[in-house]
Design a protein around this ligand. Structure first.
Ligand code: 48F
Length: 262
């Protein structure tokens, strides 16, 4: 049978529209598909949450593909390795408590687990604003990344979410919008984004877990964004903190949901 181009077009538009419509209202909307966002998506989807991830770039994976300075190996400590084990990602001991993994195997595998668990990735979409009702973030304002990049004037669309996670990495993009546009105090010492400090791997890895929390009504922060929000240092190409932070934020959301239900 000869292939019909119009059928291909209709298949893509119909299937995408179905998927997008279904995910206009979600339990959790994750902004940024780097390692922390993808790990959070996996654990939340596995726990039964309806999860959408919005990613500005065409590719998922954020800063993990390039390992350190484009040497595409990552380093994790023992606790980080235990998360890679959950995803069946191969690791090699380098020295006691230092393990390496292939960056490409790591990110493709975590992404595969997250999507197969049911999380939906909407790539090439940028979150440019939030919706706020009664002093709580209730959703996201999204647009195609090429619209953002070219600066053409096209109005965005909106997504309703019970929880939002800012996993946008160094830039804290969701929190920056809240800070700029809303009369909402963040749960930091200053009530605002405090900004990341210079690289200190050991301290940063510990603080990444500690700083993974709810930062204002409706919004959680995880990954590098958590450290940048609370004035913690960056950690460089060690990724255990990112993985553990993604798991922790999922657990916080599941626990909060359980509390509401009981
Ligand atoms: O930066 P990124 O990988 O965040 P992460 O999960 O991991 C940080 C590490 O990669 C590394 C590190 C050491 O471990 O410090 O940097 O905290 O991924 C963030 C993702 O968010 C996307 C961005 O394209 C990237 O893929 N992103 C950022 N802002 C937006 C966004 C936005 N406004 N809308 C959609 N996606």
């Amino acid at each position: 049978m000869a292939l019909n181009e119009i059928t291909i077009t209709k298949a893509i538009v119909e299937r995408f529209s179905q998927k997008f419509l279904e995910y206009t209202e979600v339990d959790t909307a994750i902004v940024g598909a780097g390692p922390s966002g993808l790990v959070a998506a996996y654990f939340l989807a596995k726990a039964g949450n309806k999860v959408a991830i919005f990613e500005r770039k065409l590719s998922v994976g954020g800063g993990m593909w390039g390992g350190g300075m484009m040497f595409n190996e990552i380093v994790v400590q023992k606790e980080g390795k235990e998360i890679l084990d959950i995803f069946n990602i191969r690791t090699e001991e380098y020295q006691p408590d230092y393990y390496t993994a292939d960056a490409v195997e790591s990110i493709t595998t975590i992404a595969s687990y997250a999507t197969r668990a049911g999380a939906k990735v909407f790539n090439c979409m940028s979150v440019e604003d939030v919706m706020i009702r009664e002093n709580r973030v209730t959703g996201l304002v999204i647009n195609w990344s090429p619209v953002e990049m070219t600066g053409i004037h096209v109005d965005p669309l909106t997504i309703r979410a019970r929880n939002v996670i800012d996993t946008t990495g160094h830039a804290n993009e969701v929190l920056r919008v809240i800070e700029r546009k809303a009369d909402m105090k963040l749960n930091t010492e200053t009530g605002k984004v405090m900004g990341e400090r210079s690289l200190w791997a050991d301290k940063a890895e510990r603080l990444t877990i500690e700083n993974t929390k709810k930062i204002c009504p409706g919004v959680f922060v995880a990954g590098m964004s958590a450290n940048a929000a609370f004035g913690g240092p960056r950690m460089g190409p060690i990724f255990g903190g990112m993985l553990l932070s993604g798991k922790k934020v999922a657990e916080l959301i599941v626990a909060e949901d359980q509390k509401i239900r009981t």
